[in-house]
Design a protein around this ligand. Sequence first.
Ligand code: GRF
Length: 205
Amino acid sequence: MSLTRIGVLISGNGTNLQALIDNIASGNISGRICVVISDRKDAYGLVRAKKHGIDAVCINKKDFLNDTDFNSKLLEELKNRDIQLIVLAGYLRILSTEIINEYRNRIINIHPSLIPSFCGKGYYGEKVHKAVLEYGVKVTGATVHFVDEKADTGPIILQEPVKVNNDDTLEALQERVLKIEHALLSEAVKLFCDGRLRISERKVW
Ligand code: GRF
């Protein structure tokens, strides 16, 4: 079976990217990461990519005159490499309609809560866990979903709960959720690469 050509988009540390790299190396995922693209040049995920001989590209919005030019460059980098699956692994920008249409049902995002709670505009990174702790919910978790036009609203592929303890710190909770994210994202990408995901309206089988 041929390997699915994957493009991973990041903005930060890239531990989810690392989980994918490791799962591909161990033969668990039938894919190949052909490019890692960051919108920030200091993202450590770019270093992780280079260490594994993966093309690492920074496409920073500030280097472009407008959104259209920025988005065209992003799409060009993906299409030039015949990318078949885009994985958003801690990418902090909303993708353009053009990219979403071009890659409809072929873009996967990982979110550190149980969608539809603590998600959408403004809920990213530590802010999610801070909101979870402030609200006092007893359970949070991670969600992997397909990406549509809005923030965190696409069909859900996999979810996994994580218990919130009364004495949890932000760091402790984030660490536990992140561990779950690594497993969940890897599993979803594996299923996609094996051709085992089917979308019917909002339901992913
Ligand atoms: C993860 O919590 C992810 O869900 C969120 O940003 C974080 C990225 O972590 N969108 P990393 O860069 O993969 O370590």
